[in-house]
Write a protein that binds this ligand. Structure first.
Ligand code: KIV
Length: 260
């Protein structure tokens, strides 16, 4: 299968072909997800929650993200690999953002993702100018959860939808190649999707986006907490516990290993 690029995604939107995106954080899961045909693999800073066990993504460092991006990229043949820039790796200065985003490309990412709107337009424009593809992220922005007072659905009124669409258009003008819309009402996601030429990728934002993204551990039913919108395609926690339980029993009973 041919390696996907940012152009592939734009062509998919033009053809009306939906984009399937999942997170991955390590070589083995990235290889499986890639072989199963996912279009985009996001090395999300959600690693802080589903792998590191934190309540927020704030403790995730640039070094953590570069490590996970490198081991994911090693397992991928065809999907576009997007590295998620962690808290404070792009908000302090444009120079620092360029250096840090460049480090993602050095370890194998094809692009980076940044949360935010107006406040990061100069950063996006500079990254794009130096050749670093940028995926935007509006709606619920987990890096701002403390200011928001918790994780919650962002319900946009008609007036707020107009402002959201304007902000999304400014991100598009700054050069983003795709936009994640997290946990917003379906009407707002539809308005943004119709207004942009670049694809929108929704999570918890209804069916009208050009693509969907889920956290791998949620869709495999492995997470200790799964948001209500995240469909589980496997009862992973039960299957893992059953297998491990069987192993423990067989070791204790002397059933495994068999004598050869
Ligand atoms: O970090 C992450 O997994 C994300 C997705 C939920 C879009 O940002």
């Amino acid at each position: 299968m041919k390696k996907k690029t940012v152009r592939t995604l734009r062509n998919m939107k033009e053809r009306g072909e939906k984009i399937a995106m999942l997170t991955a954080y390590d070589y083995t899961s990235a290889r499986l997800v890639d072989e199963a045909g996912v279009d985009v693999i996001l090395v999300g800073d959600s690693v802080g929650m589903v792998v590191q066990g934190h309540d927020t993504t704030h403790p995730v460092t640039l070094e953590h993200m570069l490590y996970h991006t490198e081991i994911v990229a090693r397992g991928v043949r065809q999907a576009l690999v997007v590295g998620d820039m962690p808290f404070l790796s792009y908000q302090v200065s444009v120079e620092e953002a360029v250096r840090n985003a460049g480090a993602f490309l050095r370890v194998g990412a094809d692009a980076v993702k940044l949360e935010g709107g107006e406040e990061i337009l100069p950063v996006i424009a500079r990254l794009v100018a130096v050749g670093i593809p940028v995926m935007g992220h509006l709606g619920l922005q987990p890096q701002k959860v403390r200011a928001l007072g918790g994780y919650r659905k962002m319900l946009y009124t008609d007036e707020a939808i107009t402002r959201l669409v304007e902000e999304a258009k400014r991100l598009e003008s700054a050069g983003i190649f795709a936009l994640v819309l997290e946990n917003i009402n379906a009407e707002a996601a539809r308005a943004v999707t119709e207004a942009l030429s670049v694809p929108t990728i929704g999570t918890g934002s209804g069916p009208h986006c050009d693509g969907q993204v889920l956290v791998l551990h949620d869709m495999l039913g492995l997470s200790h907490f799964r948001p209500p919108f995240a469909k589980a395609y496997l009862d992973g926690a039960r299957l893992v516990k059953e297998a491990v339980g069987t192993y423990v029993r067989e070791v204790k009973e002397g059933v495994f290993p068999e004598e050869r």
